[in-house]
Ligand binder design. Structure first.
Ligand code: NIG
Ligand code: FE
Length: 400
């Protein structure tokens, strides 16, 4: 096997602090067999295939660690309703929101869902994403939730990308379980999790802990079951109100707690103690025109790693740009450029439990990298609606 030397790049490893102005050629990257062998100055050796990166910026490939890209239908009508002043919670309570996507998704086969989802995936890949998390959560029946995750796995075969699947049956209560959340958790969320896990469809378990969704007490049996199955957990928490999901999930050693606009300092401390990543989702904050900011200063003070993701979904964050997620993280949440870049690379990988697989340019990790027509990290974050991708490198191969 021939090793490849990526030379004359401005390398940002995301394996420590982020250099504001990396120098061209200061570091080389040596890859072989889909992995990074070495990072350092002057690695040229006999027999290496040499790629001259032309002084471009080389970063770890973005990891989109929170998406709902598999779904049926469209909810642009709800966008118009919100423009008319109807709040998201009211739309959801009137059978729109997640339930509207449920009706469309239940009507679709694995193949139809793959066809509908591929354009969204392709938008992410066009900005260099090499790892994408995909949640269920619009089926809300055992059969339809399984169909969603089969579609998610199929996406990983249709394109050169790593797909992480997340079981999110506890996303909303379907009408047939109205008033019976405990029965839904037992008969769909837990029974379905066991079936999906037996089929190898589940990398992590998630839920929506919110006034319009589930309480920590209702979710506890699901998280107990996930723990018994050895599956890592995550949570959508403190998005619209403070519902206690973050501290609850921290007790299960959650990989991540996501959204977090209404999280408190105590939540940040609980997350620091459990090693839970704060996944911030500025697309949903923007689309819902939220005004309460996530407690970024408390996360910094407590040493909680922050990730950024698109939360791509048909309602509250119809965003298929990880670069725009970074720009919004900076503009709306006042994250630094370094925090934004770590947020879509090293910290995003950690939010998926993949920190030893991808998200940094370091020996032993997958050679998932992007060459950008840019010289500094700030140039990736500052622009809006511009794609400076030069090459997406998945497992050591240029794939776009
Ligand atoms: O991550 N917060 C809950 N779930 C999604 C939105 C789902 C929807 O409205 O379709 C989110 O924002
Ligand atoms: Fe979400």
């Amino acid at each position: 096997m021939t090793a490849t030397l990526w030379t004359n790049a401005r390398v940002v490893t995301a394996d420590g602090s982020i250099d504001r102005a990396p120098q061209a050629g200061a570091l080389d990257v040596l890859t072989e067999g889909g992995r990074i062998l070495a990072v350092g100055p002057g690695l040229a050796g006999d027999g290496h295939r040499i790629v001259d990166c032309g002084g471009r910026l080389l970063t770890p490939a973005p990891v989109d660690c929170h998406t709902h890209i598999v779904f049926g239908g469209d909810r642009a009508n709800e966008f118009e309703m919100r423009l008319d002043g109807v709040p998201y919670t009211q739309i959801a309570q009137a059978g729109g929101g997640i339930k509207a996507s449920m009706r469309a998704t239940r009507a679709m086969s694995v193949e139809a869902l793959v066809t509908a989802s591929l354009p969204r995936l392709d938008h992410l890949l066009a900005e260099g994403v090499c790892t994408v998390e995909v949640k269920s959560g619009y089926g809300l029946s055992v059969a339809s939730e399984l169909t969603m995750l089969r579609a998610a796995r199929a996406l990983g075969h249709a394109r050169r990308v790593r797909v992480c699947t997340t079981w999110l049956a506890a996303h909303a209560l379907p009408p047939e379980y109205d008033g019976r959340p405990e029965a839904y958790i037992a008969e769909v969320a837990i029974a379905g999790l066991e079936a999906a896990h037996a089929e190898g469809l589940v990398d992590a378990v998630d839920s929506f802990c919110e006034g319009i969704a589930f309480t920590p007490a209702q979710l506890a049996p699901l998280y107990d079951r996930a723990r018994a199955l050895g599956l890592p957990v995550k949570i959508h928490s403190e998005q619209l109100s403070h519902s206690g999901g973050t501290a609850f999930a921290a007790r299960y050693g959650a990989l991540s707690a996501d959204h977090l606009e209404h999280a408190t300092e105590a939540d940040a401390q609980a997350m620091a103690a459990s090693g839970t990543v704060a996944v911030l989702l500025p697309g949903a904050f923007y689309a819902l025109r939220e005004t309460v900011l996530p407690p970024v200063a408390a996360f910094r003070a407590a040493g909680v790693p922050m990730a950024l993701a698109t939360d791509c979904n048909p309602g509250t964050s119809p965003l298929t740009s990880i670069l725009l997620a970074m720009n919004m993280g900076a503009t709306l949440f006042r994250l630094t450029v370094a925090e934004c870049l770590l947020g879509i690379t090293a910290h995003a990988a950690r939010a998926l439990g993949l920190q030893e697989v991808t998200g940094r340019i370091a020996p032993g990790l997958a050679a998932d990298m992007v060459l950008w027509n840019a010289e500094t990290p700030a140039q990736l974050v500052a622009r809006i609606g511009f794609n400076p991708l030069h090459a997406r490198i998945f497992q050591g191969e240029v794939v776009a």
